[in-house]
Ligand binder design. Structure first.
Ligand SMILES: Nc1ncnc2c1ncn2[C@@H]1O[C@H](COP(=O)(O)OP(=O)(O)O)[C@@H](O)[C@H]1O
Ligand SMILES: [Mg+2]
Length: 255
């Protein structure tokens, strides 16, 4: 049976983020088809990290992507991305990227988008859209930004856990390496509802902490199954080209 068991140390199974300094912290990147949680307080850089993961995936590694936007409208996502020189509109026109508008309906405004989630929140309809688009553009990467709004809709942690598990399993079966974001209120807990980190293969925590009179950005690979990963807290910057991690530096005093 050995031949049927996935060898997680196989470098071909690694999905690089292309985020400068990040992949070397975790053996070359994420594991193919698995789902990871990116957690952090508001403004920590979660959305930027996921945009960079998709943009690099498409432009550097030939892996098309799907972005599910539950908090910002697709127009805002495109504007944010363009600030870093990432032309999402062009990639969408080329059929390499799809953005699902899961934000407009939620706040009750009309959407002109090609892909719109029609109900405020319905996991089945969201998954159906992802399944359809995955086939349409042959996507290999996906982002759900964020699980927090899904959680607020479902409320009950047990329900959130089951629904997110269905989602991450579906993404895995579709052959999508995925990131889900979780917006936390303080850095002591890796997820908002205490369950998101249980349905994912790994958690990356982004910190944006005050140290004396400056704020310092740092990240930690909190958990990553099947990977020999750094256990340290590494500083990173958000530059005009996106996130840059400093893998050989450490932040000692985070809390
Ligand atoms: N061009 C830029 N250069 C440097 N920092 C930026 C730039 N654009 C945004 N930022 C920083 O990124 C933060 C937002 O990151 P974002 O990924 O949207 O956060 P989150 O999704 O975790 O709430 C902003 O608060 C700002 O500090
Ligand atoms: Mg965000």
């Amino acid at each position: 049976m050995e031949g049927n068991v996935t060898n997680l140390s196989d470098p071909d199974l690694r999905v690089p983020t292309g985020v400068e300094g990040f992949d070397e912290l975790c053996g070359g990147g994420f594991i193919k088809d698995r789902t990871y949680l990116i957690s952090g307080t508001s403004g920590a850089g979660k959305t930027i990290f996921t945009l960079q993961f998709l943009y690099n995936g498409i432009t550097k590694y030939g892996e098309n992507g799907i972005f599910v936007a539950t908090e910002e409208r697709p127009e805002q996502i495109r504007e944010n991305a363009l600030m870093f020189g990432w032309d999402f509109k062009k990639l969408e026109d080329e059929g390499r990227l799809a953005i699902i508008d899961a934000a407009s309906t939620k706040i009750g405004i009309p959407s002109q988008e090609k892909y719109v989630d029609v109900r405020p929140f319905d996991m089945r309809s969201m998954m159906d859209q992802i399944i359809m688009i995955q086939e349409e553009i042959d996507a290999k990467r996906a982002v759900i930004d964020s699980t927090t709004s899904i959680g607020f809709y479902l409320q009950d942690p047990a329900k959130i856990r089951v629904e997110l598990l269905k989602l991450s399993t579906t993404l895995e079966i579709l052959g999508l390496t995925s990131l889900m974001t979780s917006e936390i209120v303080d850095d002591d807990h890796p997820s908002r509802f205490g369950v998101e980190n249980f349905v994912t293969e790994g958690t990356i925590a982004l910190y944006y902490k005050r140290m004396e009179n400056v704020r310092v950005r740092s990240m930690e690979i909190y958990k990553m199954r099947g990977s020999d990963h750094s256990k340290k807290i590494h500083p990173y910057d958000i530059t005009g080209d996106g996130i840059v991690v400093h893998p050989h530096e450490e932040v000692y005093q985070v809390f």
